[in-house]
Design a protein around this ligand. Structure first.
Ligand code: CO8
Length: 262
């Protein structure tokens, strides 16, 4: 990435950390940031990297939403194009072959919360604040919030309460409604996210990728059709060296198993 890029990449063994780095605007998502985020995901070699951690720079915000200054003067056509682009980038994140962990370190509002909802797992710091304040700006959520929030937290009532009031939630409330998996002190969030990513990265990569594929494909299908998808993903693992190694290591009570992504 070039030095003035607002999206930074950092490699930590088999984990890549993607940081939205525009702290002067609390990491708000403008067209440039969205494009850079898309390029960042496109640049990842899913055969070498095993997990992605997504976070925001500056310690105050994960992402404080789509860029209000950029949206303010849009006409309906421009708004539709902007929303479609954001949605496409977020779908790329959601369907990325590797697990994506959001490390939410502060404000997580509007488009920021919608991006977090597109990640597989959300961890946050004690100072995180969540919300979909779009209705207070005279708009609806446009990057998937009306669709993903209720599906992720499993409560239409709570989702609609957040969406219709624009009210914000603190970290403990986000934990209570299942919006995040865990809350950490600010200074330990990244260590916790990297620890979780390393735990995922230790497992057989094809099995992890197939598990994400089965989960994501199945969630829009009937249970019967989803179980069929799982069957295909399960059976495919039996053509891998890693399945042989994983099961052999278990049967030999061996702790030194090495998965080769084959
Ligand atoms: N967009 C643009 N700039 C922002 C944003 C944003 N979303 N959030 C913060 N900033 C900027 C501020 O303007 C300010 O800039 P400057 O220093 O130049 O004045 C700087 O970041 C720091 O912000 P504050 O001074 O406001 O910091 P505070 O600590 O006082 O307040 C808040 C922090 C509460 C987070 C406050 O900044 C805020 O309310 N931000 C806006 C939050 C918001 O409404 N987000 C939702 C935006 S709408 C959205 O995401 C819709 C997504 C779908 C789009 C579909 C498109 C068609």
């Amino acid at each position: 990435m070039c030095p003035e890029s607002s999206v930074k990449l950092q490699f930590k063994d088999a984990v890549i950390v993607i940081t939205v780095d525009r702290p002067e605007a609390l990491n708000a998502l403008n067209s440039q940031v969205l494009a850079e985020l898309e390029s960042a995901f496109d640049s990842i070699d899913a055969d070498k990297i095993r997990c992605v951690v997504l976070t925001g720079a500056g310690g105050k915000a994960f992402i404080a939403g789509a860029d209000v200054a950029e949206m303010a003067g849009m006409d309906p056509g421009q708004a539709e194009i902007f929303a479609q682009f954001g949605k496409a980038v977020f779908q790329k994140v959601e369907n990325f072959p590797l697990p994506v962990v959001a490390a939410i370190n502060g404000y997580c509002l509007g488009g920021g919360n919608e991006l977090a909802l597109s990640c597989d797992i959300r961890l946050c710091s004690e100072n995180a604040i969540f919300g979909q304040p779009e209705v207070s700006l005279g708009i609806t959520p446009g990057f998937g919030g009306t669709q993903r929030l209720g599906r992720v937290i499993g409560s239409a009532s709570k989702a609609k309460e957040m969406l219709f009031t624009g009210r914000t939630l603190k970290a403990d409330e986000a934990l209570q409604i299942g919006l995040v998996s865990a809350v950490y002190p600010r200074e330990s969030l990244m260590e916790a996210a990297l620890g979780l990513a390393a735990e995922i990265a230790y497992n057989a990569p094809i099995a992890v990728r197939n598990t994400k594929k089965a989960y994501n494909k199945g969630k829009d299908l009937s249970l019967t059709a989803g179980l069929e998808v799982e069957n295909g993903c399960f059976a495919a693992c039996f053509s891998t060296e890693d399945q042989k190694e994983g099961m052999r290591a278990f049967l030999e009570s061996r702790k030194d198993k090495v998965f080769k992504n084959r």
